[in-house]
Design a protein around this ligand. Structure first.
Ligand SMILES: Nc1nc2c(ncn2[C@@H]2O[C@H](COP(=O)(O)OP(=O)(O)OP(=O)(O)O)[C@@H](O)[C@H]2O)c(=O)[nH]1
Ligand SMILES: [Mg+2]
Length: 319
């Protein structure tokens, strides 16, 4: 796979931005995609948010499997982290999210009440691009306050959203962090649309996605694209199979794999292929084993992921 790499400078900036803003809040709400919580989480958070109340929302849980959602919640619980599954696009998300945020913040409210102060709870919503941070904030606020979109990098700067006289949420731009040197996890971020498609080789990413889905949910995959060869050993053959299934043939008889790649990624991200987890708490992604591509050997960036640019913009505006 094309190497997805991280610029340490951007990493430092993103970290500094979080460090500066975390001082302004009582709670850190971490949004992860339920299909790949590991890829979405930053290993640095333990130290960065040491003294903060933290909540993990596994959003887009409608796009993953029930068993996996349950397993992840139990996993977070075993680590002492409050976690809940959410579907921010559904009405019921507001009630679930607000009740968890309020109960997580109740010790702070209580502390202030003892001093005779009615405290406004402030929570910062963070996460990699496209996981649904702004959608959740809008849902909680009950209005379209924050801009949303089905691509990464929609939110470009931080924005406070007042939910009530006692709760304010800080929307932040999606930040890509530290996991990009692990090829498997980087691949997951590409699948879920956290990395801009125009800096990716979409045909390669779609081929790898098909290859992974053939292992995770062969029945659903072959039901959707009928001409796939379940025994294919080369990921690209599966993309060609999608072309045959859908009749994506160019004049001259060549297969339109570019079109197939766009369709596969769109359909996967929209939950049309299967609702299945890419990661489970018992998985180990420490090594590159099981990844179907080349290796990052020299640590040099082949291309620059987009979202650090958001971090820079955000930084500049708030320095
Ligand atoms: N299926 C499903 N889609 C969701 C859910 N939450 C958000 N989405 C969709 O995911 C896409 C991204 O949502 P945003 O709220 O813009 O994501 P974000 O994290 O703010 O993204 P950036 O600002 O780019 O970092 C939109 O198309 C939403 O409709 C969910 O729970 N389930
Ligand atoms: Mg946003």
């Amino acid at each position: 796979m094309q190497t997805i790499n991280w610029y340490p400078g951007h990493m430092a900036k993103a970290r500094r931005m979080l460090e500066e803003n975390v001082k302004l809040v009582d709670i850190v709400i971490e949004i992860v995609d339920a299909r790949c919580p590991l890829a979405c989480r930053n290993p640095d958070f333990e130290s960065l948010f040491k003294n903060k109340i933290r909540v993990v929302f596994m959003n887009k849980s409608d796009l993953s499997s029930r068993e996996s959602n349950k397993a992840w919640i139990a996993h977070f619980k075993s680590q002492g982290i409050t976690a809940a599954e959410l579907v921010s696009t559904s009405q019921s998300a507001k009630k679930t999210a607000v009740s968890i945020i309020e109960s997580a913040g109740s010790p702070v409210i209580k502390r202030y009440r003892e001093k005779g102060i009615r405290k406004v709870l402030r929570a910062m919503v963070i996460g990699v691009p496209n996981v649904g941070k702004s959608t959740l904030i809008n849902r909680i606020a009950g209005a379209a306050r924050a801009q949303v979109g089905d691509r990464p990098g929609v939110t470009r700067s931080k924005q406070w959203v007042k939910v009530s006289d006692y709760l304010e949420l800080l929307d932040t731009p999606g930040l890509l962090w530290g996991k990009l040197e692990n090829e498997t996890l980087a691949k997951h971020l590409a699948y879920i649309g956290s990395i801009r498609d125009d800096v990716l080789d979409t045909e390669e990413i779609a081929s790898l996605l098909l290859f992974d889905l053939m292992r995770l949910c062969p029945n659903e995959l072959t039901a959707r694209y009928k001409k796939l060869n379940a025994e294919a050993e080369i990921p690209y053959e599966l993309l060609e199979g999608v072309c045959r299934s859908r009749g994506f043939v160019l004049s001259g008889g060549n297969l339109d794999t570019e079109r197939a790649a766009r369709i596969v990624l769109d359909e996967y991200r929209g939950g049309k292929i299967a609702c299945v987890a890419l990661e489970n708490p018992t998985d180990s992604f420490d090594t590159e084993e099981g990844s179907a591509g080349g290796e990052d050997t020299d640590g040099q960036a082949d291309w620059e992921a987009d979202s650090p640019t958001n971090a820079e913009e955000w930084d500049e505006r708030h320095e």
